[in-house]
Structures are given as C-alpha cells and as structure tokens.
Design a protein around this ligand. Sequence first.
Ligand SMILES: NC(=O)c1ccc[n+]([C@@H]2O[C@H](COP(=O)([O-])OP(=O)(O)OC[C@H]3O[C@@H](n4cnc5c(N)ncnc54)[C@H](O)[C@@H]3O)[C@@H](O)[C@H]2O)c1
Length: 444
Amino acid sequence: MNIAVVGTGYVGLVTGTCFAETGNHVVCVDIDAAKVNKMKNGQVPIYEPHLDVLFERNIRQGRLHFTTELKEAIDKAQVIFLALPTPPGEDGSADLQYVLGVAADLGKIITDYKVIVDKSTVPVGTAEKVHAALAQHASEDLFDVVSNPEFLREGFAVDDFLKPDRVVVGTSSDRARKVMEDLYKPFVRQGNPIIFMDERSAELTKYAANAFLATKITFMNEIANFCELVGADVDKVRIGVGSDSRIGKRFLFPGIGYGGSCFPKDVQALAKSGADAGYEFQIIRSVMEVNERQKTSIVPKIKDYYGGDLKGRHFALWGLAFKPDTDDIREAPALYLIDALVAAGATVSAFDPEAMENVKKLKGDKIAYAHDEYEALKGADALIIATEWAEFRTPDFQRVGSTLKEKVIFDGRNLYDLDLMEEQGFTYLSVGRNTVNAPVAAKA
Ligand SMILES: NC(=O)c1ccc[n+]([C@@H]2O[C@H](COP(=O)([O-])OP(=O)(O)OC[C@H]3O[C@@H](n4cnc5c(N)ncnc54)[C@H](O)[C@@H]3O)[C@@H](O)[C@H]2O)c1
C-alpha cells in the first residue's frame, strides 16, 4: 500500500518505518526542514533502540522517503496518518491546531479517495472536527476519517509497533475498516486483536489507558511515601501486591513521579474534557496533584540531610531523560530537580547517555555536563539518581565512593539493594525504603 505519514516525531517516524518494514511504500512529511534533511542523509533524528536498523534497511530498499512537501507526500497515498503534536493548551486541553491545520490543507489538495487516520492523541469528538476541516474544501466521498490511537512506549517503540498488544481502530466506514485491517494484519499474526469501534470510543480508549497507568504509578508512589513514615519497605509491598493477578506486577515501581510527552498532558487533557462535559474527574485531579509533589519529593530529603541549607553544595546527577532508552526530556522529573536544587543555591553536574544535547538546548549553562557518569561525580558532595538507565545499575561502587566527597546517594529510582549499599558503606536514601547508614545528626 502507498502510505503518507504527516509528522515524523517519536510516533510518526516509528509508524512510517514499521509500515515500510512490512512492504508498504511510505513517504514521511515534516515541516522541520533540518529534520527532513537529516533523514534524507540517512540519519535518525531521535534516539529509539533498534529504529536505526529498520530505518536504514527500508531507505536502502526504496520503501521509505522523506519530504517537506505535503502534496508530494500524499499524492499517491491511499492512507494518510496524522502523527502531529497535540501539546497542552493554556487551559490544559489538547491543542488541536496542528491536526486541524493539516486536515484543512489536505482538504484543499486531495483529488482521489484517501483514508485519513488520526494517530495523534486527541480528545473525544476530534474525528468529527477533522472530518469538518476536510469537508470545508473536499467532497465527502473523497475521504474517510479514522481514529487509530497509538500505544507505543518510547524506548520500546519499534517492538511495540511491530507486536502491539492490540490495535484500536475507530471508524464507521466499512471501506476504511477494510483498509485498516489489511494494513495491520501483518502486525497481529500471533492473535492479538484489532479492536474496531466507533471513533469517539477509540479516542477515549487512549486517554483512559494513559490515565489508568498514571494512576497506578501514582498510587504506588503514595504507598511508598507512607512506607517511609511507618518503616515499611515498598519493595516488599510491591512484590506482595503485584503477585495478585488482578493487579499485576507492572507499573508498580515507585519513584520521583511520571513525566514524558504523554502522561502529564493526557491526564490533564482528560480532566479538562471531563470538566467541559460537566464531569469532575476526582481521581485524575488527585493523580495530577500527587505527581506534581512527587517530582521534587527527593529535594526535602536532600535538604534535611544538609541541615536545611544547600548553598554551595555540588551534586552529581545521573539521568536526565524522563525514562531510560530515550532522549526525550519532555516533563522529565530531572528538569524539576535541577530547578529546585539551583534555586536552593546548589550546583549540578549531570550525565545522561542520550539526553544531554536536548537538556543543553533547554537549560544551557545552568548546570555542567559530564562526559560520563564518573566525571559527573568529581567534586560532588553526593550523587542523585533521576533516571533508571541500565548502565547506572551496577557501577563501580568503589570508584563512586572514592570520587564523591562523601559516600552519599539520593536515589529517586530505587536502583540498588539496601544490603549492597550497607555493605559498600554508602548513606543511601531512596523512595519508600529505610535509609541506609542514616546520619546520626543532620549535617551543619
Ligand atoms: N511520544 C510518544 O511516546 C507517544 C505515544 C503515543 C501517542 N503519542 C501521541 O502522538 C502524537 C505525536 O507525538 P510525538 O511524540 O511523535 O510528537 P513529536 O513532537 O515528537 O513529533 C511531531 C512532529 O510533527 C511535526 N509537525 C508539526 N507540525 C507539522 C505540520 N504542519 N506538518 C508536518 N509535520 C508537522 C514536528 O516537526 C515533529 O517532527 C501526539 O499526539 C502524542 O500525544 C505519542
């Protein structure tokens, strides 16, 4: 099939590449000329594991192309995917200007039947708005609008796309349904379902899934906070709770809050959609409040350790991305940590395997950037961990201890066993667990 993908970010580029991988002919279009140039030169503009191999292969085999021209991209396409940004507007609702803008542009240029697929995360009723934007300029028999929300996770995006748990397709058109079924069949050969439904239900399915996952993490974060007060160990509680198959083991790891380009904005947008419809999402409001607090929940622990004053203290920060295996820093808790530490008079030297360039663009020389995790430790009073990259899991603790001024670790992701920290002689403060080698009195 001939496919066009509009928007080549984390979703669009993975979508385009994976559809090319199953033999389709794909043209990806983006307004960011620098990005398109990079891709034309064979460079992947984001960090996403395994994407480079598929990207290179499909370019080499002539199935994957890039352009800045919408008309050129959609000319031969039977299906057009919209993988455009839907950032939060000032009132928290999803900003639809990119999606509706492109829909209107498409209405002006389509001349034969196209299935227009909304892959962006959009509020209930958007498919109707996209339909109306197209219909302003194009005859209604030239297109169908389908809602096909994307559930991939950054860091596992290629695998998630190639082997999805499910594919959700919202459409009331039999013709579009058949096209979508043919397109996705190769991805669900193991029997995972393509779930067809109406457009509105498909749109809501994406928000409900993300809000549920954000709630699950946040619930466990609250249990962790409570563990700290009553001397329980959240790791034990997590395993005990997660062994119940009704609850499940995943998404129960406590930490310094969720971030990223999806959960924060999608949870907020669902709350706003609820309010617009006259419904108060109480759980979701609480989830947002608790997560806001959680993002800097480690700061009071650090301040307590230093007797309330961080002026002149210098910290090593491991991890900047909102989670491992991505260079995405949107709403990353590390950014909030940096702001809080610097505001309190401390300095920071950070290291992240992939996200340093993106943070440099945002924070400039507000912090120092180290070449590796050990360089970040030089001259630091303590180590703070904000992202659970695999390479931080088993460092050379002897080197860590001898490079830091003091053997102190504040771990926002619970990377290390308490016994090991005890054995290595670190003072170790994590989330929802007892402090190892707690100081007898606060530091002056
Ligand atoms: N990132 C994720 O993990 C993820 C997962 C599921 C769903 N989503 C949703 O998918 C959508 C896209 O997210 P993303 O993370 O890929 O965004 P992104 O910001 O990484 O990429 C969006 C791309 O669209 C391009 N663009 C903007 N306006 C354009 C236009 N008029 N024409 C062509 N290109 C244009 C931008 O230059 C950018 O490259 C959002 O609605 C998001 O909520 C994201």
